[in-house]
Write a protein that binds this ligand. Structure first.
Ligand code: GLN
Length: 481
């Protein structure tokens, strides 16, 4: 059996039934990585010895009933390289953190371990999660498993390529403005951006703190529900996580159906210039499938959508410029050998360590926060962000979920979006919901005539992940028929 092809639920069942051991499962993933990752480049590092030792321990624990408290005992999972796993590298795909080894586990990793998962392998990304193609990684190239001349999307491109190419059972990604959903669409996997605050960010390297969320990237909607159930919840170490109980997301999927779902079509998301005709066709077909499966289609308006991109590219860089100030060559990370005094230690370490996109964001962010410009840019962007959020509140008073394209194009060729502004446009459909703090998914919807996967996006209100996952699952079933 090709165990690496399994998803979480299948792996869980096979392990529970004794069809195979965790060592066999992990070994199968490792063999697959050896066979295929030379070409794909999803992983930056993979501690094979550590993963196999953890698998052996899981098998031993299972024999003495250890699976009772750890439902996912012995299942390996790939981790985006900005999430801290004790004893493993955490580079954020940046030269500035090359060689850095995490001294502690992020809360999501603690949760994964408690549930029995084995954090196995660190996957590539755009440097500090800034980008939409993984081309901004300073540490390696990741190729789309469906067409290796194309990018996997980004910034969680390694996670998406690993899931889409069956190089892992499941992966964690992060999404600030689309970084789970767009690569999931490009690589044919399911991705869920939870509502802001649903999942702890303690131990997750911060990009834009009012936006960042960790979420599942998986082979099925069921698997995303299972994984989100493990990740979500209050954390004393992250004050943005409320104490609301975490619903049983997987159980909520029982009987998932499109029947009676009021599905919103936002007119601002349709017929946008620059939308690839194949994406348009697949999205239209997806909408028709939802309707045929019993959804009631309702046109809604999100009138401030056109400002979302501008707002995001003020707020995200502003927050990034503050968050990245900690990389100064003093406490950890790259330290310039050419530094002569403390000032040149800061400037040279940062100039040598950060790549061009990260520098661009820091410069933009510093500018919009500078005195004299703060109100004109940052203050105004915050006010418009409130208007964008209200658009969603109004829409969700009328509909259960929105369906939209996930990205304007399928996976593009390497180097195709050289100009940063064209690259930024990739997140046209994913940024507004990120600014609003609501939850959203990307679910595979079909293939272009060239065989490239395309996902559609579903968006639900804040903390409505159960509803989001049900609609996503109902679509997954409708799309399969
Ligand atoms: N592509 C967007 C950016 O470059 C979003 C990135 C993300 O969600 N981390 O900022």
């Amino acid at each position: 059996m090709e165990l690496y092809k399994l998803g979480i639920r299948q792996a869980q069942k096979g392990l529970a039934d004794g069809d195979f051991t965790s060592v066999e499962l992990v070994q199968s993933v490792i063999d697959r990585v050896h066979e295929r990752d030379g070409e794909i480049g999803a992983y930056l590092t993979f501690d094979e010895t550590g993963a196999l030792a953890a698998a052996k321990a899981a098998d031993d624990a299972r024999r003495t009933g250890g699976a009772a408290d750890a439902p996912f005992l012995g299942i390996p999972i790939a981790i985006k390289d900005l999430i801290n796993v004790k004893g493993q590298p955490c580079t954020c795909a940046s030269k500035i953190l090359e060689g850095y080894v995490s001294p502690y586990d992020a809360t999501v990793v603690t949760n994964l371990r408690k549930a029995g998962f084995i954090p196995a392998g660190r996957v590539n990304m755009d440097e500090f999660a800034m980008g939409s193609s993984t081309e901004n990684s300073a540490l390696g190239v990741t190729r789309n498993p469906h067409d290796t001349t194309r990018v996997p999307g980004g910034s969680s491109g390694g996670s998406a390529a690993a899931v889409g190419g069956d190089l892992c059972i499941a992966a964690l990604g992060t999404d600030t403005g689309g970084s789970i959903r767009q690569p999931a669409s490009f690589c044919g996997c399911v991705g869920v951006k939870p509502s802001y605050g649903r999942v702890s960010r303690y131990g997750v390297t911060a990009f834009a703190s009012s936006l960042d969320q960790v979420g599942p990237m998986t082979k099925t909607v069921d698997d995303s529900a299972l994984l989100l159930g493990v990740l979500a919840g209050h954390d004393e170490m992250d004050g943005t996580t409320p104490r609301d109980p975490v619903p049983d997301y997987a159980a909520a999927l029982d009987g998932a159906s499109m029947k009676g779902v009021r599905l919103g079509l936002a007119k601002e998301y349709m017929n946008v210039s620059g939308m690839d005709p194949e994406v348009k066709r697949i999205t239209d077909e997806a909408i028709a499938k939802c309707e045929a499966a019993g959804a009631e289609l309702v046109e809604v308006s999100l009138p401030h959508t056109e400002y979302a991109m501008a707002v995001y590219y003020i707020i995200a860089p502003a927050e990034a410029s503050a968050n990245l100030a900690r990389f100064d060559g003093v406490r950890y990370g790259h330290r310039s050998a050419a530094a002569k005094d403390v000032f040149s230690l800061y400037t040279k370490s940062r100039a040598e360590g950060f790549g061009p996109e990260v520098k661009r964001r820091i410069i933009m962010g510093t500018y919009v926060l500078s005195s004299g410009y703060y109100d004109a840019y940052y203050g105004r962007a915050q006010r418009v962000r409130t208007l964008i959020k209200r658009d969603f509140d109004r829409a969700f008073a009328k509909v259960d979920a929105l369906i939209t394209p996930c990205a304007p194009t399928p996976a593009f060729k390497f180097g195709a979006n050289q100009d940063p502004l064209t690259m930024y446009l990739n997140d046209l459909y994913t940024i507004p919901s990120a600014l609003a703090g609501v939850c959203a998914s990307s679910v595979p919807a079909g293939l272009t005539k060239d065989g490239l996967p395309v996902g559609v996006q579903f968006i639900c209100g804040g903390f409505e992940e159960s509803k989001l996952l049900c609609v996503s699952k109902a679509f997954e079933m409708a799309a399969a028929t």
